[in-house]
Design a protein around this ligand. Structure first.
Ligand code: FAD
Ligand code: UDP
Length: 366
């Protein structure tokens, strides 16, 4: 019997568990089928020297002081509050919808109180909120739903708002003040030297060995490990025995422009009704990097490809439950993270669930 723990996946889920176990004296082998650590949060310098996020823009935000404290052991931070505009009929509007969005869309000059009254008039009463369509109609009404949400959602998920759980659209608040920040969490920053550097420090521990370009399937003697922490897709782990869990994928198109001026006025511009891509993100806004040119990423949603998003809807949840029940019976395997728990988690939520798992494992693996 090997005295090591095997961690499958070097993203937030796997790396946080690995570090906690290592700090508590356990020997850990971390593998990832990709050639690098940090999972989807991986960043690197492109050929023009601009720090870019290979798998789309990652902005750290949380209300949890504990999580900030934990991560701050491995990185300093750059204060950054993300802003997003949506292009509708060639005009840019703040997203989430706020007072300014309403005023410029309808040529009004409403105060905060008047904006509230405006929303009261246009919103559609929904006694039960079940789907994302219910959420949007009940908050901003039919017109803004069509302008900002329907098309974007159709592109992003390949589904109608009404086919998605309420939780998807609930991620986006509606405001009647002029706050144009995308997130309002207490802590909003970017790792000062990037996510990859932060992960290198998380995994730099004498009890941790890493091996990249290695898939779980490549591990021959799985029984040799005293425990397995699995952060890949849970349906794949069980050989799709109950059927395939749907995941949404994306294709990322990275481009560089040799210009000193910004490509766009804010970090991200959303395109709800035009183009095949959903949004363009310009990295300089996020990182504050001072360089000659500028690099951006376009996101094209795809049905096939790397599994980036669990798709939150009732029938998928029911299928996941079958896997979850089986997973809960395992004593030698823990399932953690966005893919293994089939949850639309943000990074801070993954850190939270990973810390909880690690705490439990430190108890049972003593
Ligand atoms: P992952 O990062 O996916 O890591 C899992 C790792 O396991 C991967 O590296 C994978 O290669 C490896 N793996 C899988 N299967 C196997 C196997 N069989 N063998 C070996 N290795 C395997 N969150 C935020 O908080 N803010 C944001 O702004 C934000 N933006 C996002 C933008 C995009 C486009 C996407 C897709 C996600 C975004 N997120 C954001 C969510 C964030 O990426 C996740 O919450 C977080 O990265 C999940 O960490 P994880 O470890 O669970 O999964
Ligand atoms: N959304 C939308 N229009 C927008 C922004 C978001 O319709 O301009 C909807 C869409 O369904 C999206 C969801 O709200 O998938 C959540 O958006 P968020 O920005 O949180 O998604 P992320 O890219 O972070 O997963």
């Amino acid at each position: 019997m090997n005295d090591r723990v095997l961690v499958v996946g070097a993203g937030f889920a796997g790396s946080v568990v690995a570090r906690e176990l290592a700090d508590h004296g356990h020997k850990v082998l971390v593998i990832d089928k990709r050639e690098h650590l940090a999972g989807n949060a991986y960043d690197c310098h492109d050929e023009k020297g601009v720090l870019v996020h290979r798998y789309g823009p990652h902005i750290f935000h949380t209300n949890s002081e504990r999580i900030v404290r934990w991560l701050s052991r491995f990185t300093a931070w750059r204060f950054y509050e993300h802003r997003v505009l949506a292009e509708v009929d060639s005009v840019l509007y703040p997203i989430p919808v706020n007072r300014q969005t309403i005023n410029s869309l309808y040529g009004l000059n409403l105060s905060e109180e008047e904006a509230q009254q405006f929303l009261e008039k246009v919103r559609i009463d929904k006694p039960v909120i079940q789907t994302s369509e219910d959420v949007v109609l009940a908050s901003v009404g039919a017109d803004m739903c069509d302008k900002f949400f329907r098309g974007y959602t159709r592109k992003q998920w390949g589904l109608e708002l009404a086919q998605l759980s309420a939780g998807v659209a609930s991620r986006i608040p509606v405001r009647t003040n002029s706050d144009d920040r995308y997130f309002t969490d207490t802590y909003q920053f970017m790792p000062l030297e990037g996510y990859t550097r932060m992960f290198e420090r998380i995994l730099a521990h004498p009890n941790i060995t890493t091996s990249f370009g290695v898939s779980f399937a490549d591990i021959e003697d799985k029984d040799a490990f005293k425990h397995i922490v699995y952060t890949g897709t849970v349906d794949e782990y069980y050989d799709y025995c109950y059927g395939k869990l749907p995941y949404r994928s994306l294709a990322f198109e990275h481009q560089h422009f040799e210009q000193a001026k910004p490509f766009q006025p804010v970090g991200t511009v959303n395109y709800p009704n035009t183009h095949e891509y959903t949004r363009i993100t310009e990295f300089k806004h996020l990182t504050g990097q001072d360089c000659a040119g500028t690099s951006v990423v376009y996101e094209y949603p795809q049905a096939q490809g790397e599994p980036y998003y669990p798709i939150p809807r009732a029938e998928n949840e029911a299928l996941y439950k079958q896997y979850k029940q089986r997973a809960e019976q395992e004593t030698r395997v823990s399932f953690v993270g966005r893919l293994a728990q089939y949850r639309y988690y943000n990074m801070d939520q993954v850190v939270a669930t990973a810390l909880k798992t690690a705490e439990h494992l430190c108890e049972v693996l003593k």
